[in-house]
Write a protein that binds this ligand. Structure first.
Ligand SMILES: Cc1cc2nc3c(=O)[nH]c(=O)nc-3n(C[C@H](O)[C@H](O)[C@H](O)COP(=O)(O)O)c2cc1C
Length: 382
């Protein structure tokens, strides 16, 4: 770590918001709901977010979108993320979200999902740079909450636009800037480009109107990769995405600054707690069980005989059924066994140049975030 760089365990001011540490959970469509956020917060995430919401769906007061805005009384800090095809639409949505109990608001300028990009949202805005400025300026005028932007390096390798995006975001008065070190085209097919992130960080700092938080994102799967991101890019904070799936202990790891895998008994305690939070939030419903299946399949990676367990937890019909499988499994092995090393690295599954995208193994019917834009508006207009 460069001598003058703060430790990731130190607090940081995001605008007027004091955040207790610099290792945050990214907004994750279909994943970062109340139960999962609570687990990550309890294990040390300094800040968590509601998944990306559509400004158009907010405009139509779509019920499913508004349901996603719920905050549990125990959540210490909470951000929300929005995207949309027009500057005014995003600003209106931000004005609305500012009245809800959120601590900070992020604008998504990086989502690569085709339907989202085609509608001009997500990374679609990168093809219309003027709209980046207009959106952040309008959003800035619409809220006094800390305002941030999350983006990618550009649309393609041949059109790296991170410097221009960074300058626009800084000059329009944002309080924070997250860079995912890939282009829109790359999706997950390459390693996150730390030099590209460092370049964007340098530019955004050079043009900042006031102190601004820089956040590195991409391929953060353990303490070693977090440390590398921090020291090589000079970012102030990091945002964890796929690395938290089935592995909320990554936040504790970052605070302890070393990899300490959970013992099986501790693992079971956390998974059971997640199941409890799931039931508390979604009720004793079939939906609660379906939405929990993917988490259970991620949790069991790296433990012995997980194929057999996966065949059970991947099909649970109730949260209680999930509890029974986890309790039974934990009782069959010594409590002090730990996961095999690297179980949660994307590249441990598909080789070193992994294209692994967990969205492919999610239940798309209930994946309510990405690709939901026109579906939600259609529902709202019915
Ligand atoms: C299941 C899933 C859902 C995601 N949803 C969002 C989202 O709602 N908003 C967002 O900005 N990025 C979203 N992303 C992108 C991640 O936040 C992150 O930028 C990307 O996965 C790169 O980080 P990683 O290589 O560490 O996973 C999502 C990624 C995944 C895998």
């Amino acid at each position: 770590m460069p001598e003058n760089q703060s430790s990731l365990s130190e607090p940081i001011m995001l605008g007027r918001l004091s955040v207790p540490n610099r290792v945050w959970l990214a907004p994750l469509a279909g994943v970062s709901d109340v139960p999962f956020r609570r687990i990550c917060q309890e294990l040390g995430a300094g800040l968590t977010y509601v998944e990306m919401l559509s400004a158009v769906a907010i405009q139509y007061h779509n019920k499913r979108t508004l349901d996603m805005c719920q905050r549990h009384a125990d959540e210490p800090l909470l951000g929300v993320q929005v995207t949309g095809p027009t500057a005014d639409g995003v600003a209106d949505a931000i004005g609305f979200l500012s009245e809800l109990p959120f601590d900070t608001i992020d604008i998504n300028m990086g989502c690569s999902v085709r339907k989202v990009v085609k509608s001009g949202s997500g990374s679609g805005i990168l093809s219309e740079p003027e709209r980046i400025t207009a959106t952040v300026e309008a959003a800035r005028a619409a809220t006094t909450l800390p305002l941030t932007v999350k983006t990618r390096l550009g649309m393609t390798r041949r059109s790296i636009t991170i410097d221009d995006t960074a300058r626009r975001v800084a000059e329009a008065g944002a309080d924070g800037f997250t860079i995912h070190g890939r282009t829109r085209d790359e999706r997950y097919g390459t390693r996150a480009d730390l030099d590209g992130i460092a370049q964007g960080i340098g530019t955004v700092r050079a043009h900042a109107q006031h102190p601004l938080v820089t956040i590195g994102n991409g391929d953060l799967f353990d303490w070693a990769s977090i440390q590398k991101m921090h020291s090589e890019t000079g970012c102030d904070a990091v945002m964890i995405s796929r690395g938290a799936l089935g592995n909320p202990w990554i936040f504790r790891e970052a605070q302890q600054q070393q990899t300490v895998h959970p013992r099986l008994d501790e693992w079971a305690e956390v998974v059971l707690r997640h199941l409890d939070y799931q039931e508390a939030h979604y009720g004793n419903t079939h939906l609660a069980a379906i939405m929990m299946r993917k988490h259970l399949l991620w949790y069991i990676k790296g433990y012995p005989c997980n194929k057999e367990l996966g065949a059970k937890v991947g099909y649970i019909e109730s949260v209680e059924e999930g509890r029974q499988h986890i309790r039974q499994y934990a009782s069959e092995f010594p409590g002090d066994i730990i996961r095999f090393e690297g179980a949660h690295r994307a590249d441990s599954r598909f080789g070193t140049n992994s294209k692994y995208d967990p969205k492919y193994e999610m239940d798309r019917t209930h994946d309510r975030g990405v690709g939901h834009l026109d579906k939600e508006v259609a529902t709202a207009q019915e």
